[in-house]
Ligand binder design. Structure first.
Ligand code: ATP
Ligand code: MG
Length: 357
């Protein structure tokens, strides 16, 4: 076997159901490796979780980057346990650190209605909903630039800035247009709010027009974020690639998967397209404290994230095979978890996907 098909993977399960769905993601990865002739060199990390915080007063060791080293990818579960650590601390000290330190400036989420998954939108069939949300992942509205004046008084003022750079905006738009080129419909929709947010969003619209001029073979349009949310629900068949700033993309990339049935099946990729740093693959859902410890979490979001990771690593055949196995399992109520009105537990569902492979 050639050395380049041995992949170094950092595995970080995190908290809550992250620890339950991760073994199923890894089970399917290992099965795919055996079948498709590549190897996985896994390093499991017991940080970026709230138990680590309880022991050390922070989510990750100071030398976390050195400990992670230089893997080909990071496979992440879910983080957060609000009973012990407030979410804004557990998230900023873990997943948001990864995104920024590794410059994973693309957050990519497929929105696809899978056969067998009950769709909350009436009358929609698989094939009607199949698009990508491309979210800017490192700047924009999620800044810590701002402050408070006259705190605690009736005159109190709080301000928080949006920070968009030309470099940061152009690179996410380029990624979206490039992605559209790989698709049949070749269409990009931009999320904006240039009627209300009168400085940054008109500027965003200009960058979109400029980028579009380089892609005469790709059509494009734009919607204000409010009506775009409504369109996701009313006309999801209209979309192909949707590109958005950090905040708008965050909203759309939860709304999209929710329109396709459950967030339990949805995957995401935090990508550094230049591959100068590792990219990170994780399910869309969080640590779900309400169902943690019961063994009933849906592992499909973690497994689909594994497929996205293999695609990124250059194993598209194995990735496609995992997706076929996922479709087989989702079509069978006895193999689905309870969030999809099935009867399987987390492990039974994960094993079923590995067997279907
Ligand atoms: P975060 O902010 O980290 O996304 P959250 O608390 O907002 O976390 P989730 O942890 O994703 O949201 O959970 C939202 C709801 O979805 C919960 O009620 C949970 O039970 C359900 N849920 C999330 N993931 C799954 C899953 N894999 N299987 C079944 N139900 C899930
Ligand atoms: Mg949430």
């Amino acid at each position: 076997m050639s050395a380049e098909r041995n992949y170094k993977i950092s595995v970080i399960p995190g908290d809550g159901i992250g620890k339950e769905v991760m073994p199923e993601g890894v089970r399917v990865l290992e099965r795919a490796a055996g079948l498709y002739g590549f190897t996985l060199d896994q390093t499991w990390h017991d940080f970026a979780n709230c138990d680590y915080y309880a022991r050390h007063g922070q989510m990750m060791p100071d030398d976390w980057k050195a400990q992670i080293g230089d893997p080909h990818a990071i496979f992440f579960g879910a983080v957060g346990w609000p009973d012990t650590v407030p979410d804004h601390i557990s998230l900023w000290q873990s997943i948001l650190q990864f995104r920024r330190e590794y410059d994973q400036y693309i957050n990519l989420r497929p929105v696809r209605l899978m056969p067998g998954v009950p769709c909350p939108l009436a009358g929609r069939e698989p094939g009607d909903i199949d698009f990508w949300v491309v979210r800017e992942n490192t700047e924009g509205e999620y800044s810590s630039v701002g402050g408070k004046m006259f705190p605690g008084t009736p005159r109190e003022i709080v301000m928080q800035e949006t920070v968009m750079t030309r470099h940061g905006t152009e690179r996410v738009l380029r990624y979206a247009f490039d992605l559209a080129r790989t698709r049949e419909r070749r269409h990009v929709t931009s999320a904006t709010k240039s009627n209300g947010i009168a400085i940054s969003m008109p500027w965003w619209d200009e960058r979109v027009e400029e980028m579009a001029a380089h892609y005469p073979d790709v059509t494009h349009d734009k919607y204000h974020i409010d009506i775009l949310c409504a369109q996701f629900v009313m006309n999801p068949d209209r979309f192909d690639v949707v590109v958005a700033s950090n905040l708008f993309g965050d909203i759309l990339s939860d709304l999209g998967p929710a329109c396709t049935g459950t967030i339990g099946v949805a995957p995401s990729a935090n990508i550094n397209p230049e591959r100068t740093t590792p990219s990170l693959f994780e399910p869309v859902h969080g640590s779900a404290p309400d169902i943690a410890g019961k063994g009933i979490a849906n592992p499909i979001g973690q497994i689909w994230s594994a497929a996205m990771m293999l695609e990124h690593l250059g194993e598209p055949d194995a990735a496609a095979a995992i997706m076929r196995a996922v479709e087989t399992v989702l079509a069978e109520p006895g193999l689905r978890t309870r969030d999809l009105k099935g009867s399987a537990d987390t492990e039974q569902c994960g094993r079923a996907v590995a067997e279907a492979l």
